[in-house]
Design a protein around this ligand. Structure first.
Ligand code: ZN
Length: 140
């Protein structure tokens, strides 16, 4: 079994973060609470809370970012679903033992200081699935 607890966010790949934010904020009236650059992954992300979950907009900062090939192949749109887990190391190991493939071997840093792992779309019916564990409350 995994330690998945909730839908953490729905991620959307965009070619233009400013235009996407304009749609979600000015047209839909939602509010972006956080914008963060992840230079090691070549992306900039914007988080928009809605209900118990969030929308994560992802823009490429460079041509070889992890979202660039997705944008080239499939265009802008839903990029991945992310499930919050209470133990990402355990879940990655458990799922690998069930022959699911991950795009990263071990959990890596994501937005907000979370640890993240991505289940390969070939193991998830064509969908990219992220597991994320938020560590910030752990040592408090
Ligand atoms: Zn994500």
């Amino acid at each position: 079994m995994t330690h998945i607890t909730s839908l953490d966010h729905i991620a959307i790949a965009t070619k233009n973060l400013t235009e996407s934010l304009d749609f979600f904020e000015k047209k839909l009236g939602l509010i972006c609470t956080h914008i963060e650059e992840l230079p090691e992954r070549g992306i900039r992300v914007a988080m928009i809370p809605i209900g118990d979950t969030r929308i994560e907009l992802i823009e490429a900062l460079r041509e070889d970012s992890e979202v660039s090939s997705f944008l080239q192949k499939r265009g802008p749109g839903v990029h991945h679903l992310a499930f919050a887990t209470e133990n990402i190391d355990h879940d990655m190991k458990t799922l690998k033992n069930q022959n699911l493939n991950f795009t990263n071997d071990a959990a890596k840093p994501g937005a907000h200081g979370a640890q993240v792992g991505f289940i390969h779309p070939k193991s998830a019916g064509g969908l990219l699935v992220e597991l994320c564990e938020h560590k910030q409350t752990e040592n408090q």
